[in-house]
Design a protein around this ligand. Structure first.
Ligand SMILES: C[C@H](O)[C@H](O)[C@H]1CNC2=NC(N)=NC(=O)C2=N1
Length: 101
């Protein structure tokens, strides 16, 4: 079955398992803080590799000591789907190894 937008209660349920993440204007988002700009850039690269693996891509904003991840699903008109939740879970799993918080 094709991916479908999640209902508001489904999004709340998924957010309960994704500490630090929130939904803003139909985007699943989190900002990570890192110890240096290079550490932040390395996190961006790691996330980019996972995104190509999943064939699902967030917008990544590289700051001085920060990375902001913002994702929705283009193919359903920019709503939050299970694909976004899966990417958020993958990012949550890999971020601590970068010292991200
Ligand atoms: C052809 C390719 O599978 C699609 O364009 C993928 C790529 N990455 C994507 N990323 C996101 N966030 N939403 C999509 O609908 C999407 N579609």
């Amino acid at each position: 079955m094709a991916v479908q937008p999640l209902a508001p209660e489904e999004i709340e349920d998924r957010l309960a398992g994704l500490p630090g993440w929130s939904v803003d204007e139909d985007r699943l988002t989190r900002t990570y803080r890192l110890g240096s700009h290079i550490a932040a850039a390395a996190l961006v690269m790691h996330i980019a590799r996972v995104q190509d693996e999943l064939d699902h891509h967030s917008d990544l904003t590289l700051g001085y000591h920060s990375v902001t991840v913002s994702v929705h699903t283009h193919s359903v008109g920019g709503k939050v789907t299970e694909l976004d939740v899966e990417l958020a879970r993958r990012v949550s799993d890999l971020a601590p190894a970068h010292g991200a918080s």
